[in-house]
Design a protein around this ligand. Structure first.
Ligand SMILES: Nc1ncnc2c1ncn2[C@@H]1O[C@H](COP(=O)(O)OP(=O)(O)OP(=O)(O)O)[C@@H](O)[C@H]1O
Ligand SMILES: [Mg+2]
Length: 134
């Protein structure tokens, strides 16, 4: 049976990142998303949840089941109330980092999923929404 959808899970620790990955995998399996796309989705979740935790100071991942012309998908919204991103185009570029990472998280995540949207407000926070269709 498909899990209920419309859950919001906290991302406040390394353990929460692991949990977010597991929950995304479970939903993707239940929706009949293929193994390759399951793995792509979980990799994107890793990157985006880590950004919420590391750069955003913690936040949440919301899970929704969406449908379009009879096709189902999973929509995940990562939200934090951290410092925000002053230049989104720059942040999306591979190799750009303000931290100790490789700067591949955002660009990588975008390439791994079917839909990707990022919004950010300096001093208010960041929201990234992704969709993977079955
Ligand atoms: N949720 C966020 N809040 C504030 N800034 C963010 C957030 N997510 C990303 N950023 C900014 O965008 C930059 C690029 O993010 P990206 O995930 O691509 O790289 P990274 O996290 O620095 O390194 P990597 O993900 O490769 O370990 C970050 O260094 C940070 O400045
Ligand atoms: Mg990152």
């Amino acid at each position: 049976m498909t899990p209920p959808g419309n859950e919001r899970v906290p991302i406040q620790s390394e353990d929460d990142i692991v949990r977010a990955r597991r929950i995304a995998r479970t939903y993707a399996q239940e929706l009949g998303i293929g193994l390759t796309n399951q793995t792509k989705l979980v990799t994107a979740v890793s990157e985006l949840a880590r950004n919420v935790y590391v750069h955003g100071g913690g936040g949440t991942m919301q899970i929704e089941i969406v449908s379009n012309r009879g096709n189902q998908g999973i929509r995940l919204t990562f939200e934090d109330h951290g410092p925000g991103i002053p230049d989104i185009n720059l942040a999306m570029q591979d190799g750009y980092t303000t931290g100790n990472g490789l700067g591949l998280g955002l660009g990588g995540a975008k390439r791994l999923v079917h839909e990707f949207e990022i919004e950010s407000w300096v001093g208010r926070g960041t929201r990234v929404t992704i969709v993977m269709w079955a």
